[in-house]
Design a protein around this ligand. Structure first.
Ligand SMILES: *Cc1c(COP(=O)(O)O)cnc(C)c1O
Length: 369
């Protein structure tokens, strides 16, 4: 099989295009392996440490400092590491930030936005300000298409739809606080955090293992939460305790720290973005080069993290996935709800993986086109 970057060649490692949990940078896995039995002179692994120990405090502080540095986050925001993934945020956001009798606006761009909307409807008034459903979620809305509520508590978007493979190239300007689910694109491109009142992401796409959510939230927003909200589900609880109110997912925070160290070593998010754009462009160029491939997403809305496409028949799609697997490339089957092919090319997926996929595609088209 192919070689990978790093000191060793792992004969059994594949090129991993999984949508999530997804590929992790090889140098991170190597470091975690090296520190597995004993971390930094502590005499134990990170998983065995007290979350109240000085050693673990140094890890969680470094993780937060990395996030702040890489995303250029000001002191107006809290950076929290919470459990329950991005899905618990779907519930916590309306519980904390939509006061009784008020409305929250949601933009429906696909599967994940819809799931957030479904959860918001459980606890209060939810206005769907725009929906791409009737167009099969092939694009994000243009400025001016949003039907926003005056005096809304917030506007929620999913900035990158993992299943449909679309993203906001730029973000809507709203009077109400803007909140974004960035699970599948966090730290993949430079963004201006100050445009948002809150950004959150499940870690398992770009940042580390599953079960951890990164939450970046303006301090003034945290004050909104009413006393009726369960203590554990309040942002204020976790902010006050620096993400250590109860035992957090210590291992996942440690891996996130290593992953963000790695992004920093590449030169930060601007450099990561360049690599990501090159990978995505190379892949979309192949998809645009012939009618054998069909990428349904509108060009302006194309995701650079999740690239979705169809082949002339479902039978050929199955063959494509099976043969790619034999060639050492896995995770290419589209989500069960939309079918087709999806290559998730997150930060940790190396350019060589995409080059290998492209060579395979050209060969596949020559044989089957
Ligand atoms: C994966 C994903 C989620 C769900 O994440 P969990 O950690 O499984 O709850 C939510 N939103 C988006 C955009 C995702 O890609």
């Amino acid at each position: 099989m192919h070689s990978t970057e790093g000191e060793y060649i792992y004969m059994s490692r594949v090129y991993n295009f999984n949508a999530g949990p997804a590929a992790l940078p090889l140098p991170v896995l190597e470091q975690a392996q090296a520190e597995m039995l004993e971390w930094g002179g502590s005499g134990m692994s990170v998983m065995e440490m007290s979350h109240r120990s000085k050693d673990f405090a140094s890890i969680v502080e470094a993780a937060e400092a990395n996030v702040r540095k890489l995303m250029n986050i000001s002191d107006d925001y809290e950076v929290l590491f919470l459990q329950g993934g991005a899905s618990l945020q779907f519930a916590m956001i309306p519980m904390n930030l939509r006061r009784p009798g008020k409305t929250a606006d949601y933009v429906d761009t696909g599967s994940w936005a819809s799931k957030a909307i479904k959860e918001a409807k459980v606890t209060g008034t939810t206005n769907v300000a725009w929906s791409g459903k009737e167009e099969n979620y092939m694009r994000v809305p243009k400025e001016g298409e949003l039907n926003l509520t005056s005096g809304a508590e917030y506007v929620h978007i999913c900035s990158n739809e993992t299943i449909g493979g679309i993203r906001f190239p730029d973000f809507p300007k709203t009077d109400a606080p803007l909140i974004a689910d960035m699970s599948s694109e966090i730290m993949s491109r430079v963004i201006d955090v100050s445009q948002f009142s809150m950004i959150y992401a499940g870690a398992q796409k770009n940042l580390g293992p599953s079960g951890l959510a990164l939450v970046i939230i303006r301090k003034d927003l945290i004050e909104r939460t009413s006393e009726d909200t369960p203590i554990f589900l309040r942002y204020s609880t976790h902010a006050k305790e620096k993400s250590l109110y109860n035992t957090p997912n210590t291992w996942a925070i440690y891996i996130l720290k290593l992953v963000t160290d790695y992004f920093d070593s590449l030169g930060g998010i601007a450099e990561v973005q360049k690599i990501n754009e090159a990978k995505a462009k190379a892949l979309y160029d192949v998809l645009d080069s012939s009618s054998f491939w069909r990428a349904p997403a509108d060009k302006e809305s194309r995701s650079i993290m999740n690239v979705v496409w169809r082949l002339p028949s479902e039978e050929l799609e199955e063959t494509f996935v099976a043969e790619a697997k034999k060639a050492g490339m896995v995770g290419l089957k589209g989500h069960r709800s939309v079918g087709g092919i999806r290559a998730s090319i997150y930060n940790a997926v190396p350019k060589e993986a995409v080059d290998c996929l492209i060579a395979f595609m050209k060969d596949f088209e020559a044989k089957n086109g």
